[in-house]
Design a binder for this molecule. Structure first.
Ligand SMILES: Nc1nc2c(ncn2[C@@H]2O[C@H](COP(=O)(O)OP(=O)(O)O)[C@@H](O)[C@H]2O)c(=O)[nH]1
Ligand SMILES: [Mg+2]
Ligand SMILES: [Zn+2]
Length: 308
């Protein structure tokens, strides 16, 4: 029996497009149930997976998933408790942020960062729509950049529409597997098209609303970049789900909070209402940004369960 290996670049739930080692594109099925990493998931194979394909029949059949470096998962939108693997073997998570048109909230950004930290995937922030900002927005933009750069996240400011700073985006993406996320309308597709014109992704459609409906499942697709690397576009997926993080562990994924937590009186401090909390002291002294602490509390106390 002939066995080949390849990279899953597209998944529709029942059919998987695999780019083989010799650069052939095959549409494959899965045989039976493949379970991996003990995850109960609606899709055992995800974009980014390296797989073994059994070529004995007419179709290629995925018979093996190679161990994953990491994976991104989210809760299903349907009522079942199953989760969906969005992508595997990701090198970095790029969040497209707009100060306005539409507004991206701090909590959204911080939730994204927290999840990426938990997945051990490096985060990069790309602020888009520079061309639309007035003085007030530019001031906010500077504040956001200073805050996140200060914590250790690199940022870029671009205008996908006007083509400003696209070289830096290319440099960021070159030779890496990047998951691109951000609210609907922030310009993900526009940016990808500008960086890789051959892709010709749909823009300006409010298709995400439709796609994230209760009964539809969305699947990521991986696009190969001519200058090296891959982008994983995640239509309908606004952020990462925040699952598998214990409350006591949450602060590990807020880098600057983690640094101060050593000084807390109790070693199981959740930095909420415990006495002798060095984190709260640091917030009061301005050493930890209030917005970051608010995001931390909002996740800790599960204030916005509705978030997806
Ligand atoms: N002014 C301005 N508009 C942009 C920019 N990037 C994208 N847009 C517009 O924002 C809308 C949503 O863009 P799209 O790429 O579809 O966003 P997506 O939902 O994140 O994929 C479209 O009308 C784009 O033309 C930008 O840099 N400046
Ligand atoms: Mg889009
Ligand atoms: Zn504390």
């Amino acid at each position: 029996m002939k066995v080949r290996t390849g990279l899953v670049i597209k998944s529709t739930g029942s059919r998987y497009t695999v780019l083989t080692e010799d650069s052939e594109t095959l549409v494959c099925r899965i045989r039976g149930k493949i379970r991996l990493d003990g995850i109960k998931s609606t899709n055992p194979v995800a974009v980014g997976d390296k797989v073994g394909i059994d070529m004995s029949g007419d179709d290629g059949v995925i018979s093996k998933i190679f161990p994953r470096k990491n994976y991104v998962i989210r809760r299903s939108t349907n009522l079942s408790k199953e989760s969906q693997i969005i992508a595997a073997n990701v090198d970095q998570a790029v969040l497209i942020v707009t100060i306005n048109y539409p507004i991206t909230t701090r909590v959204f950004v911080d939730r994204f960062i927290t999840a990426a930290e938990a997945y051990q995937i490096p985060v990069k922030l790309v602020f888009n729509k520079l061309d639309r900002y007035d003085e007030k927005h530019l001031k906010l933009l500077k504040e956001w950049q200073d805050l996140y750069e200060g914590i250790g996240y690199s940022t870029l400011v671009v205008s996908a529409k006007e083509g400003a700073n696209l070289d830096s985006v290319k440099e960021l993406l070159k030779d890496k597997v990047s998951v691109l996320s951000g609210h609907s309308g922030v310009g993900k597709s526009t940016l990808i098209n500008k960086v890789e014109p051959g892709l010709d992704l749909q823009t300006g459609e409010i298709s995400e609303q439709h796609q994230s409906g209760r009964h539809t499942t969305t699947f990521a697709e991986m696009h190969s970049l001519s200058f090296g690397g891959y982008i994983i576009d995640t239509p309908g997926i606004r952020g990462f789900g925040l699952i598998h993080i214990e409350k006591e562990e949450l602060y590990h994924f807020f880098k600057e909070i983690f640094e101060f937590a050593d000084g807390c009186k109790f070693n199981n401090c959740t930095h909420y209402n415990e006495p002798g909390c060095a984190v709260k002291d640091a917030v009061r002294d301005g050493d930890i940004a209030l917005t970051r602490y608010e995001s931390y509390l909002s996740i800790l106390l599960n204030k916005d369960e509705k978030y997806r």
